[in-house]
Design a protein around this ligand. Sequence first.
Ligand code: NDP
Ligand code: 8X3
Length: 251
Amino acid sequence: MGIVLITGATAGFGQACATTYAAKGYDVIITGRRKERLEAFKTQLTQEFGVNVLALNFDVRIEQEVNDVLGNIPEEWRKIDILVNNAGLAAGLSTIDEGSTSDWDAMIDTNVKGLLYVSKAVIPWMRARTTGHIINIGSTAAKLVYARGNVYCATKAAVDAISQGMRIDLLPYRIKVTAVHPGAAETEFSLVRFKGDEEKAKDVYKGFIPLSAQDVADVVFYCTSLPPHVCINDLVVTPLQQANAYYIDKK
Ligand code: NDP
Ligand code: 8X3
């Protein structure tokens, strides 16, 4: 079928994407910082679907680590057909005057710089084969800034702009670039945003049916299953009760 590399595959969208691609027969490269989870997930995918799985343990924020790990993958794994730039987070939900600079650094370094480092390592392999598909996971937060979303929204607006730039620059190599912008989805996202506060995290999804990680994985897979001459450039997907990043009809 092909090879897909998914960053941030130890949870949420990344994990669902890896499962979805493996179920369709793709060999998958899964990445994340939590080594034990990553290895357990590798075993699970291999046993359940009989595909080849490469588990790469690195932090997308650290350029040297990204280059060392990806630069050393075996030759046969470099024929990556699909890169899903998914690793990311929101840290905190504060007004700009009260936000923490370490939260800002974490979001900018992961959501923007990490995406760029991984892309820079993988694009030459796609360019050499004149084929490939990059999926960048943005957010409805890329399209509309919400109260206290400031820096998180800015990082996702950057993902939006970077996706547009990539699409132009990589067109000569026939590499597709799709930005997928999900709305509210119940994953570990809010648990991470609220630093482990389970009650606060649960509250986010009260009063409406959020997207599941599988909903998003299905959309990502669909984007990569179209004929070679067709490219979805930009796709926003929300729960039915969500109109945009700001407005959710909670009842
Ligand atoms: P989860 O917290 O469930 O998963 C995030 C994944 O990213 C984990 O696998 C985590 O792995 C990985 N990750 C985080 N930081 C790093 C890092 N520095 N280096 C490597 N991997 C990292 O969140 P979601 O699945 O919900 O989020 C995935 C993406 O979707 C993010 O970019 C998020 O901004 C975006 N998004 C989420 C929405 C939602 O409502 N859930 C909506 C719209 C967009 P590990 O901790 O093991 O490193
Ligand atoms: C994640 C969803 O609504 O917190 O991008 O921006 S939201």
